[in-house]
Write a protein that binds this ligand. Sequence first.
Ligand SMILES: Nc1ncnc2c1ncn2[C@@H]1O[C@H](COP(=O)(O)OP(=O)(O)OP(=O)(O)O)[C@@H](O)[C@H]1O
Ligand SMILES: [Mg+2]
Length: 398
Amino acid sequence: MRKSIRTYLLSEEEQLVQPSPYTPGETAREIPGRETQLTDITGLLGRVALEGRFAGRVRVDVGPRGVGKTSLLRRAQRTAHDLGLASVFVTAGNGTLTAVIADEVHQLTRAWGHGDVLTERVSQVKLSAGVPGVGHLELTGRQRPAPEATRAFRELIAHTAQAAAQDGDHRGVLLLIDELQAADPDSLRTIAYAWQELQASDSPVPAALLAAGLSHTPDVVTRAVTHAERFQYRPMRDLEPHETREALTAPSAALGVSWTTDALTAVVERAQGYPYFVQVYGDEAWHAAGNPDAGGQLTLADVNAAQERVEVDLTELYRTRWARATARERDILTAMANHPEGPVPRRAIAERLRVGTTALSMARQSLLDKGILDAPAHGMLQFTVPGFGAYVRSLTTN
Ligand SMILES: Nc1ncnc2c1ncn2[C@@H]1O[C@H](COP(=O)(O)OP(=O)(O)OP(=O)(O)O)[C@@H](O)[C@H]1O
Ligand SMILES: [Mg+2]
């Protein structure tokens, strides 16, 4: 295979080497194992782009930290662009979400020259969201957003979709929200109500909303919004062995490098299908093999040579998570670590700590928000990262 000059970097020895094609801690471009999600998302976006329809359902892909949610959303964004949709990507948790969206819409539409109407809509959304310095409107109760806020947001989306078609040379607009579980409740309500009302517009609004969040996102949304039937949750799972193999072989094959079967088998076993670990192993094996040239091969010896570096990486990941837990939270983590692997009933933890389950609820919520624990089913808790239980045991038995 011929290599383009851009696939080379200078190493310390000033030799030309191929940089690792693996992406630990960065969004993955190729996302094996997510074919079903991509088919569904492409169908949803296609109806907006090709038939000018409004996507009334809000699709939310949920799963633990590091499972690949952001990578999936970014991939959906590329699909949207291929279909001719404009897009706005925001990450919740940093300010009032509707205001953040309004600002991003402003950035996007500036180039379209639609001018005053949209600028006006943007300020209306911020005003009605009570953003400091922009003014404040009273909200009318816990479960309903102020009608002004809903109207402003609804009109912002409708005008943006319209402007996209008229001025922006697009077919509609896609809104993407990452880390939905971190959104402020007021914004969640505003968005949910606006989305419901947009469905009833006289002329269809070519717009779609895709989101992603940690596994407890449905609880967060239901707590904020009583009518959230439009939100459809789709759990994301770890990779199957053949998907892990593909995640390892496709990026290297693009650079002319292959894997031996026993090397692949070793990583499949050790990464346990957790996408982040797959990337760490791939990356470290690549370096252990000395950044191979085209025609090179990654072997079991390389994987074994990489093992120590991988463990340093993973221990660092466990260490930072443990450091972020409070004393009460650490009690819970320790109780869980002393349980057999897999989901642990909340009741079992309470019994071990000799408290009632309600006494745990604040710490539990905080551990979910931090992404250290996951609630795979009602009343159950689980570590989000494989190997964390063993790490906690190693700390507490010393
Ligand atoms: N389908 C996949 N196959 C292989 N690796 C993947 C896949 N999806 C994501 N990854 C890799 O897994 C890691 C986590 O991906 P990503 O950041 O998308 O996950 P996330 O669920 O958004 O995590 P977080 O909850 O921490 O934001 C990254 O290193 C990424 O490159
Ligand atoms: Mg993410």
